[in-house]
Every structure is written in C-alpha cells, then in structure tokens.
Design a protein around this ligand. Structure first.
Ligand SMILES: [Mn+2]
Length: 374
C-alpha cells in the first residue's frame, strides 16, 4: 500500500513580500499546479490515500480557482482517499463552499475534528488505521492523554502543530512530542513546520514533518516535496520525494577578487551553477569578502542583470571595506583629512576600530560621489 503524506500547501498565499502582483499570481498558480501534479503522481504510482496534515489553504478567503481545482482533484480520483486534517491556517470556507456549490463533500474526502477520529484504510491484505485530531488552544495539552490505539494494528497518527519538548500550558498549537512515545504509533504524519524532517520517535514510530510542497520565500530554502509511504505488513518505508517546481536558495558569494559589477555578476553566475541552481529557481545572494574602498559595485545593475536569468533574485551587499590607511596618509584632499581624523578617533578609543572603518567607508564613498551609500 502506498500513501502520500503532504502538508502546508498554503494555497492562495498572497506572496506579496517579494513579488509584484503578476509574479505573485503566477506563483500562486504554481502552488496549485504542484498540488494537482502531486495527486496525478499519486494516481500514477498507485497511491491509495493522501494525508494532508494541515494548512492546505493559507487564507480564510479562498479563490474559486483553488477551491474548484482541489475539489476536482479529489472527485476525479475516486480510488484515492483524501484525509484532510485542518491546520491553523485552514478555515471552514473550503468545506462550506464546496457543500454549497456541489451539494455535499466528496465521499473520498475524510475530515477530522477537535477529538480523535480514526479511519480504517484497507488495500489488498494491508490495513492501516489513520487517526487524527485538530489541535486548538483548548485541547492542545489534553489531547495526547485521550489517544488510545490498538497496538496490534498499523497506526498512522496525523497532527498539525509545533513540536515542543514538554506539555506546558500554552495558547499555541503545540505537539508535546515525547508524550507520543510508546503509544503504538507506527508513523506520525505532521504538518506546520515547513522544512522536511524524518526521525525516529521510539523503536516503533517514525515521525515526520514532510514540509511544504513549494518554498514561498527565503525562510523556506532547500528541497521541498512530500513523503511517500510504502506500507506492508512488515513495516512502513518512508521516502521523501523532492517535487517543488522551484527551489529557494540563500547563498553567500565571495567577491573579494571582483573589480567591478560585471565581475560580480560573473562570480554569482559561476557560484550558482556550481551549486546546481537553475534559472527557474529563487535566490538570495549575499556578496561577501573584503573589497577595496574605491571599488564600486552597483547593486541595482547587478540585480537587474541577474533578474533576467533567475525567476527571482535579491542581492545584498555584505562585503567589508578594505581600507589602506597608508594610501591616505599624505592625501591632501578632504577625503584624506577625513580618514586621518577618524583614524585618530579610533586610536583614542572614541570609536571602535569597526565603527571607524564603517564611518570611513561610508564617508569616503560619499565624498567620492558614489550613488549607493549603504
Ligand atoms: Mn500551520
């Protein structure tokens, strides 16, 4: 038996932090398409269930496009049972709207509530019990005490919340993970944390945050996808399947040897390709290293050039200025006077060496008439 474990799709995310409205709309469609393609993939490899461990939607007000596409994916795949556990981002909008528009929920869409609900899911001679409960601030600490599983069955438990080491009183949606040890769980299908992780909880149980299906911003760097469970009566094999259309990267490129903006562009390009970063990807580039004070990098020009090559790029200048004090020692200009003054302040201890270097870099750039000051 094969089961997909997915979570945190965040369909209809606004995505306005980095993208203009056209790009945000494109990316929103891509999130939806990835969901549809994952279901198609499941159908192709013979998956009999898809567990959505929360945050299918991002916002209360969902688009008709996303609503209808998700509905169609469910009804057009009657051989797959969809186990949809709502997360902190999910509202009742989707369920209410499809009930209103289509008359009822699809038969193969199984829902959960604030109490434990179990479904027996069978295919051939393999039968699993899928149990889940939606965590709220009212039930978050008591929930684990009321979990009762038949240890003779293959048990999958699904939850959406932040893993925490102990069960303290809190308003947040938390999962006191150690309390789920030795409860007869074979696989704990979690949602809420967007970075994928697969670990053992006890000798019997594997727990996993499968992560979000697509990275949306620079807090979601790295591979994204879903988990594919291969279940026999001997056990559960868990495989992470990378599936995102685009990957988000955050890289640091040493530009110490670059003399101008063109060199920086070439250095970023070389570094990105050495890391296997493709033009469809999104990247944040931190320029690092030490560059001479009189070297001028034009961040706007660099960004615009590289924007032609990647889906999205953000360039930050994190370089340090190399200041050759000797070269200013006899400089009769205002610049030389300024550097000598600050150097003296640093020697007196009025300014730390770092502060003096920052002031010198900023001041000298200003005096040289550079467009960008920071
Ligand atoms: Mn969440």
């Amino acid at each position: 038996m094969k089961i997909i474990h997915t979570a945190d799709l965040h369909l209809d995310s606004k995505l306005s932090r980095y993208f203009d409205s056209a790009k945000a709309s494109q990316r929103r469609n891509e999130l939806l398409l990835s969901f549809q393609k994952m279901v198609e993939y499941g159908s192709t490899v013979g998956v009999s269930a898809i567990i959505i461990a929360g945050d299918l939607f991002d916002v209360r007000k969902i688009s008709a496009t996303a609503r209808d596409a998700v509905y169609s994916s469910v009804v057009n795949n009657p051989d797959i049972e969809f186990f949809y556990l709502r997360g902190n981002h999910d509202a009742d909008t989707f369920l209410n709207q499809i009930t209103e528009k289509y008359g009822s929920l699809p038969e193969n869409l199984k829902m959960f509530s604030g109490d434990w609900t179990s479904y027996v899911h069978t295919e051939g001679d393999v039968s699993v019990v899928i149990t889940g409960a939606e965590i709220t601030k009212e039930n978050n600490t008591a929930l684990v005490d009321s979990l009762s599983l038949d240890r003779k069955r293959i048990n999958i438990v699904t939850l959406h919340g932040q893993e925490v080491p102990t069960a303290g009183k809190t308003d947040a949606e938390v999962i006191p993970l150690p309390m789920y040890r030795d409860r007869g769980i074979d696989y704990l299908a979690l949602g809420h944390i967007h970075a994928p992780k697969i670990e053992k909880l006890d000798s019997r149980c594997t727990y996993s945050y499968c992560g979000c299906l697509e990275g949306r911003g620079f807090d979601e760097v790295g591979e994204r996808g879903f988990n594919l469970l291969d279940i026999t009566n001997d056990g559960i094999k868990v495989t992470f399947v990378p599936f995102a259309k685009r990957t988000v990267f955050d890289i640091s490129v040493d530009v110490s040897d670059c003399e101008n903006s063109g060199d920086v562009i070439a250095a970023v390009r070389d570094f990105a390709s050495s890391k296997g970063i493709a033009d469809k990807d999104m990247l944040k580039v931190r320029l690092s290293g030490k560059v001479p004070l009189d070297t001028e990098f034009d961040l706007n020009y660099i960004t615009q050039n590289l924007s032609e090559e990647y889906f999205f790029i953000k360039v930050l200048d994190e370089t340090e200025s190399l200041i050759d004090f000797e070269s200013f020692a006899f400089d009769k200009s205002l610049k030389g006077e300024f550097v000598r003054l600050l150097k003296k302040e640093a020697e007196k201890g009025t300014l730390s060496e770092e502060e003096a270097a920052d002031c010198i870099a900023m001041g000298v750039r200003l005096l040289m008439g550079e467009e960008k000051l920071v």
